[in-house]
Design a protein around this ligand. Structure first.
Ligand SMILES: *Cc1c(COP(=O)(O)O)cnc(C)c1O
Length: 378
């Protein structure tokens, strides 16, 4: 069998090793150290935010963001249904209630109209939402102006889940930098990776200082170990941060590589009416195209469905994946309120993520091209 082509695999720059070696030679193996401080500064600078805290994961960053906002037992948090479960889990860690909002078709992200309806309806029911978590899924910016306008009108804080979106921009502003806080992920398949890790970014220093405090077991200032808050072990280690610094050196290159792959798919699939792409609505939206995603219209594809394409590519050892299964359809979240109009369910039914790694070789691209054309022409 031909070698496996992954959806998105780690792509090192070669610079990571220097930072990691530096940590070893100076014996900075302890959790904190110069790489953590350096990575935080470089992240803040790259995302045009004032402050960043390097953490063990994007999920940890979301959890600390909710704690920063005082989200507690019984509070409600409005959140995109069309996302990965890690966006929602921390809401439940806090004993709070996720309220799911459907997507719109332009960006596949949170629909501002439905958000507005949901905010009004929750307030009418006597429950003003404690926060809104919006997601820039697959790297595509959500409609931030419309969403922030609603959030401001009703005075509800915004957390931007930019786990998939580092390098993306909305009106020239970095994704993650526009809300009260933003979160990033450096998990193995993201656009840059530290093998595992995340960050919280914000212009509000108080949030970042508090996140660092809570992430290191909430130690009060005292020579002995004293605690007046519940803490977490959520900090990024100095070794891991070294990998992050090497990766961040090439982030712009990775964005342009992923965008080139997206353009490549568009060009050779443009002959097929039944295939449509998630596309930037206008030049105010700049996606990192972390993954290239398509919708498959079975009728216009001579009866070939999304699943037909996925399974046949799998036969050739080419990994693809259906779009995220909406959270309101997940057994674990089915009991929570949801404001839906069928959009993200439809996307899930017919959508597919294609191999999008910045390290795809010409040989791998040839295989993808050949087999996709063959499947769509049959
Ligand atoms: C990956 C991801 C996360 C979680 O990040 P981890 O670092 O894996 O904890 C959160 N939200 C979205 C949309 C993601 O894709």
């Amino acid at each position: 069998m031909a070698e496996k082509i992954f959806l998105s695999s780690p792509h090192m720059s070669g610079k990571e090793q220097n930072y990691v070696n530096e940590a070893f030679s100076s014996n900075w193996i302890a959790p904190l150290g110069p790489n953590v401080n350096g990575f935080e500064k470089e992240l803040a600078s790259y995302t045009q935010t004032k402050h960043a805290a390097a953490l063990s994961s994007g999920t940890a960053a979301l959890h600390l963001a909710l704690i920063n906002l005082g989200v507690k037992q019984g509070d409600e948090v409005l959140v995109s249904s069309f996302t990965f479960s890690a966006t929602v889990n921390p809401i439940v860690y806090q004993g709070a209630v996720p309220v799911f909002i459907d997507s719109e078709m332009d960006t596949w992200n949170m629909d501002p109209e439905i958000l507005k309806k949901a905010v009004r309806d929750r307030i009418e029911k006597g429950k003003k939402p404690a926060a809104i978590i919006i997601v820039h899924l697959y790297g595509m910016p959500a409609k931030m102006d419309e969403i922030m306008q609603i959030a401001q009108k009703y005075d509800i804080p915004i957390i931007e889940d930019a786990a998939e979106a580092l390098g993306g921009q909305y009106k020239n502003k970095a994704l993650g930098s526009m809300g009260d806080m933003g979160i990033l992920s450096f998990n193995g398949n993201k656009i840059i990776t530290t093998s595992g890790g995340g960050a919280l970014i914000s212009n509000n220093e108080k949030y970042i200082t508090n996140a660092r405090f809570l992430a290191t077991q909430a130690r009060d200032e005292a020579p002995h170990y004293q605690h007046s808050h519940i803490g977490y072990n959520y900090r990024m280690s100095n070794i891991v941060a070294g990998i992050g610094r090497g990766q961040l050196e090439v982030i712009d290159k990775r964005v342009s590589q992923r965008r080139t792959i997206n353009q490549w798919y568009r060009t050779f699939l443009s002959d097929f009416d039944g295939i449509t792409f998630l596309t930037e609505p206008n030049d105010q939206f700049f996606s990192n195209f972390w993954l290239t995603t398509i919708l498959v219209d079975q009728e216009k594809c001579n009866g070939t469905s999304r699943e037909d394409i996925r399974l046949r590519l799998l036969d050739y050892n080419i990994e693809t994946r259906p779009l995220w299964k909406p959270m309101h359809l997940q057994p674990v979240f089915a009991k929570y309120p949801a404001y839906m109009n069928g959009t993200c369910e439809r996307l899930f039914d017919v959508g597919l993520c294609l191999p999008s790694g910045s390290n795809l070789t010409q040989d791998q691209k040839d295989r993808i091209y050949r087999h996709l054309i063959e499947i769509l022409k049959s």
